[in-house]
Design a protein around this ligand. Structure first.
Ligand code: CLF
Ligand code: SF4
Length: 484
């Protein structure tokens, strides 16, 4: 059972919200109100995918009500969830709209961090439009302030753009892997369109044209559109800057480049033919190359079509149909109290971030530091090394402090004991990382990581992440360090 992320008791000790400045031009979606149109900020401030800053506080849930799909992607096996917005090789519990509503109400009653309901499969949300719409309408009737979010391959998007905007679905993701049909044809073997299966260049041409038209229609109607692109080395990696330019020109709000996850065991065309996914370094290099174009999302976790919780956690197994209470009534008070807590917490964190950026600014050399952070939410260094199943990776440098991604690991601590066998894979997963920050660490993992050249520190336990990263960076490269 996951613990609650933050204590509402600390609400009492929090000062009133202040606005934090953002000195970095590369801070992307962590931008604060001063940097973002207030109407846009209202739409993204509680959305964990559209705001990097919000993902420290707010949770999404997906309901798997959309089983059918109208295209075939070479990285997808239909036995599993849609890999456009999910991890391949995962099967979610299929729900009817009625079951989905029951589940959403039960989760909203138990998880005050919940802010977004997403439909991301297991097939395509719009290829199952009646179920998607019925679910959204019924949930909103009970929980009016929940944000609605859907993910689609875009093939039938132009047919639904008006209805989407009319239903105030403010967030739509389109997966666009190419804008050149010749490249698209290497990713999509067929589509089913206008009552016919189409293949090859014809299929890719229709799909790509419909994706672009759908994007233009949504942005013209004020919907925030995120573009997901799967990075497939040797096929579209060199082409993704062109995709970035094309979607930016059409008003896309965010671009999320996801690594292809390719495993023969998943039975996908790419998995079976040996197509590899990118390394973390290749993904980061491409993302760095895209910086300055359409804003990048770098905190995606490629979640399941039935994921629940903060992006880095998945509480879906706590809320399977057989575990839901027979009857739940929705009480908005806990979610409202949590939002008030977050507003105050954001003020504190903004001030700490501004301090951190000032200390980073004292370093005049162009030096960068990659710091991996163990956190369970709240934007703080608050997870023990041994409990971490992922580390968030921050880069500190002359431009400021940015979240650049995350690294998944197996937890070191199993049932109260350290599992040394996990240390080698963890060290491999932390390739390129200079320092790990966590709330607590034992001697054994500290020494093993030190032998691999990685410093592990619990000296900044429970600090805000950016404040801790800023201190480490300034201590390492600041004037005082240089004099010493
Ligand atoms: Fe879900 Fe997607 Fe909406 Fe988020 S996920 S439908 S936009 S609420 Fe988020 Fe998950 Fe990445 Fe998707 S971390 S896979 S980007
Ligand atoms: Fe699979 Fe999703 Fe592609 Fe459909 S859109 S083929 S479900 S990855």
């Amino acid at each position: 059972m996951s613990s609650q992320i933050v204590s509402l008791d600390s609400l009492m000790a929090s000062p009133s919200p202040r606005r934090g400045g953002c000195a970095s031009s590369s801070c992307g979606t962590s931008a604060r109100p001063a940097d973002v149109d207030p109407a846009i900020w209202e739409k993204i401030k509680d959305h964990p995918c559209y705001s990097e800053e919000a993902h420290h506080y707010f949770a999404r849930m997906h309901v798997a009500v959309a089983p059918a799909c109208n295209i075939q992607c070479n990285y997808c096996n239909r036995k599993y969830d849609c890999s456009n917005e999910s991890r391949p090789g995962v099967v979610s519990e299929r729900l009817t709209p009625e079951e989905a509503v029951r589940k959403v109400v039960a989760v909203a009653a138990a998880v005050p961090e919940l802010s977004v309901l997403g439909i991301a499969g297991p097939g395509d949300a719009l290829a199952n439009w009646k179920k998607t719409r019925a679910t959204f309408e019924a949930v909103r009737a009970v929980i009016p302030d929940i944000k609605l979010c859907l993910s689609t391959n875009g093939l039938v998007l132009p047919d639904h753009a008006d209805e989407i905007a009319g239903m105030a679905i403010d967030h739509v993701t389109i997966t666009i892997n190419a804008v050149d049909p010749a490249i698209g044809a290497r990713i999509y073997p067929w589509i089913f369109f206008d009552h016919k299966r189409r293949t090859g260049l014809e299929a890719a041409t229709i799909l790509l044209e419909r994706q672009m038209r759908g994007l233009e229609m949504l942005t013209a109607r004020g919907v925030l559109v995120k573009i997901n692109s799967v990075m497939i080395p040797g096929i579209n990696d060199d082409h993704l800057p062109e995709v970035n330019r094309a979607v930016r020109a059409r008003g896309a709000f965010l671009h999320n480049v996801m690594p292809l996850i390719s495993d023969p065991a998943h039975g996908t065309h790419f998995g079976l033919t040996g197509q590899r996914g990118p390394t973390p370094a290749e993904l980061k290099a491409l993302q760095d190359r895209l910086d300055g174009g359409a804003k990048l999302m770098r905190h995606c976790r490629q979640c399941r079509a039935d994921a629940i919780g903060l992006l880095g956690e998945d509480r879906g197994q706590e809320f399977t149909l057989d575990r839901l209470p027979a009857a739940v009534t929705y009480d908005p008070a806990p979610r409202q109290a949590y939002r008030a807590f977050v507003a105050a917490e954001r003020g504190d964190r903004g001030a700490a971030r501004a301090d951190a950026l000032r200390s980073v600014g004292t370093v005049t050399d162009d030096v960068r530091l990659l710091v991996a952070v163990a956190t369970k939410g709240g934007a703080r260094v608050n997870e023990h090394f041994g409990h971490a199943r992922e580390f968030q990776v921050y880069e500190a440098g002359p431009k400021g402090i940015t979240l650049t991604g995350h690294r998944k690991v197996d937890a070191y601590c199993m049932g109260g004991f350290g599992e040394d066998a996990t240390l080698d894979p963890t060290i491999a997963a932390l390739d390129g990382i200079d320092t790990v920050l966590c709330a607590k660490v034992g001697d054994c993992p500290r020494e093993a990581l030190a032998a691999a050249g990685i410093i592990v520190s619990d000296a900044h336990a429970y600090d805000y992440i950016e404040a801790a990263v800023g201190k480490v960076y300034a201590e390492r490269f600041g004037r005082a360090a240089a004099v010493a």
